[in-house]
Design a protein around this ligand. Structure first.
Ligand code: SAM
Ligand code: DTB
Ligand code: SF4
Length: 331
């Protein structure tokens, strides 16, 4: 059995990342196949519950208020619309619903109370509920956990050294602090990054080094290919090569063997053959539904057909157990 390690050196990760591509795919595929559920793919559906107008300056993001990207700003979506979207996603085959908000951080206000209600309501549909709402305090993470939140997505995006080039309105340490707060609340951690931002291979390796040396590996690691959006500073970045995507996914699987690696943004630009290579290299999760947060994604119908073709099947919800319920204290 592959050992789960938290003491990877950058040199070791560099050697893995630069190993001959087919050797790397074979190694990652072998590790992936030690998991008895290797032919299952976890399907998450995204819904943007609060869109656009974000105060942050993330250079890749169409939802940052300071860039002219044509994204319409929407206030928080009402709970019944969220529930209807969740039910639709569940009927189409999704086991997880991820609710995203264009916020820098969560504030303790009425909107957060409403998100708590949405978490409870989607939980009632027997779906794994995930949120991505920006930075969280320990107390906010605990409130989400108490409402039944299964996972929290909070990406590192790139390396610590490269961070200032991409985002100036928050620090890497703040990002890591939120991950720690999510962990403390016993919520499953989803954290990964984006390739194609103009980062170097060393930046990619360094980001993976940070993730793999966290006290506990994130249960999910999304690997996004940049979706270049007109109006953002990264609009003219060239499309990432599928070989880079495969290399990144395989390296992630080798160093975090028990984590679910999600082939995330960028699939509309990939052929079925290219996606099949990513699944071979250890990816076992996707975002499905014809929209990510604001940009297009392949349709559910196309994805289900692709999974059938490849002999893969959607994973059912709560295969790894349900979130730990806080024991109510009695006085
Ligand atoms: N505002 C919250 C935050 O930043 O954590 C949550 C929503 S934010 C849109 C979630 C993640 O989406 C980002 O961390 C980034 O990894 C990803 N993302 C945003 N725009 C993207 C793009 N154009 N291409 C690929 N990934 C993108
Ligand atoms: C993640 O790693 N990728 C998703 C999700 N987590 C929140 C978001 C991708 C967003 C792509 C750009 C958009 O659609 O706005
Ligand atoms: Fe805001 Fe998140 Fe987009 Fe950054 S990635 S601008 S924090 S919505």
């Amino acid at each position: 059995m592959t050992e789960v390690r938290h003491d990877w050196t950058k040199e070791e990760i560099t050697d893995i990342y630069y190993s001959p591509l087919l050797d790397l795919i074979y190694r990652a595929a072998t590790i992936h196949r030690e998991n008895k559920d290797y032919s299952e793919v976890q399907i998450s559906s995204l819904i943007s519950i609060k869109t656009g107008g974000c105060p942050e300056d993330c250079a890749y993001c169409p939802q940052a208020a300071r860039y002219n990207t044509g994204v319409d700003v929407h206030a928080l979506m009402p709970k019944d619309e969220v529930l209807a979207a969740a039910q639709k996603a569940k009927n189409a085959g999704a086991s997880r619903l991820c609710m995203g908000a264009a916020w820098r951080e969560v504030r303790d206000n009425r909107d957060f109370d409403k998100v708590i209600d949405m978490v409870k309501a989607v939980n009632g549909l027997d779906m794994e509920v995930c949120c991505t709402l920006g930075m969280l305090t320990e107390n906010q993470a605990q409130r989400l956990a108490d409402a039944g939140l299964y996972a929290y997505n909070h990406n590192l995006d790139t390396s610590e050294d490269d961070y200032k080039r991409i985002i100036t309105t928050r620090t890497y340490d703040e990002r890591l602090k939120t991950l720690e707060n999510v962990r403390k609340a016993h919520i499953s951690v989803c954290s990964g990054g984006i390739i194609g931002l103009g980062e170097t291979n060393e930046d990619r390796i360094s980001m993976l080094h940070t993730l793999a040396n966290l006290p506990q590996h994130p249960e999910s690691v999304p690997i996004n290919a940049l979706v270049p959006v007109k109006g953002t500073p990264l609009a003219d970045q060239p499309r990432v090569s599928v070989w880079d995507m495969v290399r990144m996914i395989a390296t992630t699987k080798v160093i975090m063997p028990k984590s679910v690696v999600r082939l995330s943004a960028g699939r509309t630009e990939m052929t079925t053959v290219e996606q099949a290579l990513c699944f071979m290299a250890g990816a076992n999760s996707i975002f499905a539904g014809d929209k990510l947060l604001t940009t297009p994604n392949p349709s559910f119908t196309d994805d289900i057909a692709m999974l059938e073709l490849l002999g893969l099947k959607p994973r059912e919800a709560f295969k790894n157990g349900r979130p730990k319920q806080k024991v109510e204290e009695t006085v």
